[in-house]
Design a protein around this ligand. Sequence first.
Ligand code: MN
Length: 218
Amino acid sequence: MTEYVFPPHDPVSLPIHGSDARFPVRRVYCIGKNYADHVKEMGGDIGRSEPIFFTKAAETIVQSGQDIPFPPNTTDLHYEVELVVAIGPDLDVFGYGVGIDLTRRDLQSAAKKKGGPWARAKNFNHSAPCSMLTPAANVDLAKARIVLRKNGDIVQHGALSDMIWGIDEIIERLRTDMDLQPGDLIYTGTPAGVGPVRVGDELSGGVEGLQRITVRFV
Ligand code: MN
């Protein structure tokens, strides 16, 4: 048995709808600018250019129902509701969830201006809320819509079919360009309507056929 100098961290995992087993999370990949209407609202070029990938640590995942301490060093924390794809053995799609790609937008804007990395803007503590996973065999997302409510009001909505880069294309790109493995999650980008959250706000994200992600900021 390996001897460690201190106890290793517990693995991060997500519950699976209809199962007592949990999904062990390895990496969290995120794709940026994957819905034309969101690219437009961010002032970008809506041509089909190379997809943008970035990562979050597995430890940034927040499970549905948890309270999120408002993160430090931002006055412009934004929500981005996203379909999450969970990769299983043989690099097939194990299942799907609903995630929120929390973004310190002020830090991201500053990084963009300087041509610097997005890590502080994206990969901070509690930045990746994710719902319970639904096995892929139990749901058909072809016509599903994605919605985010803030304090009960719809603030983001779109159709998954509007994604610029489809799930198969994203998986193929990650498989050949990065190191996609079972346990990886992919946040597949957000539709238009991103905006700020404050202490006391509740976010609830849903995709037809999937379990919701609901978190509150304290
Ligand atoms: Mn995003």
